[in-house]
Every structure is written in structure tokens, then in C-alpha cells.
Design a protein around this ligand. Structure first.
Ligand code: FES
Length: 216
């Protein structure tokens, strides 16, 4: 055994301590003002955890580092563990950096029966990554998704805040091409568009539902 966290007395491995969040704080003055506005919509500060995490995802460049989680905990008077539990439960929060486009293919029953795995394999081949991977150029992260609650439109793919339905192995590559040529989104912009829904006077951008017709 070469690992230095092996305990020969108990023949067990001592779990490595969790990464300690650094003390860096990245919320800008305007982000703090947005958070304080959002907090007024809730009966208590901690109830604003979900929108606060979107704010943090924007302020920290698209993903929730331990420092981002720590800052949310501090500003909402929650423990680090409480916020981490929320951030790790919902897949829309990025606990590690993701590509500019996060392509999530629903592989639940209805979509699977209509070719979702053929689409996944075509994407893996096209992008040169496996499920969970991010392309070297940082453009795409490929994931499987649980039922996206649009089974009538199978096969369904979610990219950020957009749904594409009726995707088939034959038309799926045109979605990749379309995204590649789109300059519109970054993970931070997506987080920002969701924060804006909660703050007054803000305009939203993006979002919506699309069909395979839009891919042609
Ligand atoms: S099974 Fe794919 S949306 Fe429900």
C-alpha cells in the first residue's frame, strides 16, 4: 500500500479531508445588492439559497467552487454543509467547470426507446469525449439527464435553458453545429439570465423550447 491515508491498525482508509474553501470573496457590490433584493422576496434569508447559488455561479465564472459555496453560506447565514448539500443535489449547478454548452441528453425510458443512446454515441464520436467529459476547447460538456419531463417530445436534449425535442440520430449533429456557431452563451451568461428573472426591471435572454425542425 503506498497511500499515506491507510490505517494498518484498522485495515481501513481514512477519508481525505474535504477541500478547504479559500477565503476569496468574489461577489461584486452590484451582486451583493442583487442578493439583498432577492432576499426580500423570502420570509427568511436562508430560503434564498437557490437564487444565491445562481448569483454565485455567475460571479465565480460559471461554476461553484468551495469558495463560492462558502460565500453564499456566509451571506445567507447558513453552514457550508447546508449550502453544499443544496448545490450538489441540483444538477443545474456546476460544481466543476463546464463547457460553454452543456449538452444533456435524456436517456430515460421513452427517450432511450427512441434512440437516445444512439445520439449519445454519435456525440461522443463527434466531440471526442465520453459522458461527463468536456472537449479540450472548452466548448461542450456532454451529460446524460434523467427524464426532462417532456416525454411526448422524445428524444429531448437540454442545452442550458433550452429544450430541443424530436432529436434523432440523423439530425442530432446539426444541433452541435448550431451551438458551435452560436456566440450567445457562456455558463456565466446563463446564470445571469436566471438571476435577472428574480430582480426587478431586468430583461431575460435566451430560454425556450425548440423542435427538431429548428435544427434544419
Ligand atoms: S423520458 Fe425523456 S423527457 Fe421523459
Amino acid at each position: 500500500m503506498t497511500s499515506n491515508n491507510y490505517n494498518p491498525l484498522t485495515d481501513t482508509f481514512i477519508p481525505k479531508p474535504l477541500e478547504r474553501p479559500s477565503d476569496e470573496r468574489k461577489f461584486s457590490d452590484s451582486a451583493i445588492a442583487e442578493l439583498e433584493e432577492i432576499v426580500t422576496h423570502y420570509p427568511e434569508r436562508k430560503a434564498a439559497c437557490l437564487p444565491a447559488l445562481w448569483l454565485a455561479q455567475r460571479e465565480y465564472g460559471g461554476s461553484l467552487t468551495p469558495a463560492a459555496i462558502s460565500e453564499v453560506a456566509e451571506r445567507l447565514e447558513l453552514s457550508y454543509t447546508e449550502v453544499e448539500g443544496v448545490a450538489s443535489f441540483y444538477t443545474m449547478y456546476n460544481l466543476k467547470p463546464r463547457g460553454r454548452h452543456h449538452v444533456e441528453v435524456c436517456t430515460c425510458l421513452t427517450c432511450a426507446l427512441l434512440g437516445a443512446y444512439d445520439i449519445v454515441h454519435r456525440y461522443e464520436h463527434e466531440l471526442g469525449v465520453s459522458i461527463g467529459g468536456t472537449t479540450d476547447d472548452g466548448e461542450f460538456t456532454l451529460s446524460e439527464a434523467e427524464c426532462l419531463n417532456f416525454c411526448g417530445g422524445a428524444t429531448v436534449i437540454q442545452v442550458g435553458d433550452k429544450y430541443f425535442s424530436g432529436v434523432t440520430p440523423d439530425n442530432c449533429l446539426s444541433l452541435i453545429e448550431e451551438l458551435r456557431n452560436s456566440q450567445k452563451y457562456t455558463p456565466s451568461q446563463l446564470a445571469d439570465s436566471i438571476v435577472k428573472i428574480q430582480t426587478p426591471g431586468a430583461s431575460t435572454m435566451g430560454g425556450g423550447s425548440f423542435t427538431s425542425q429548428d435544427l434544419n
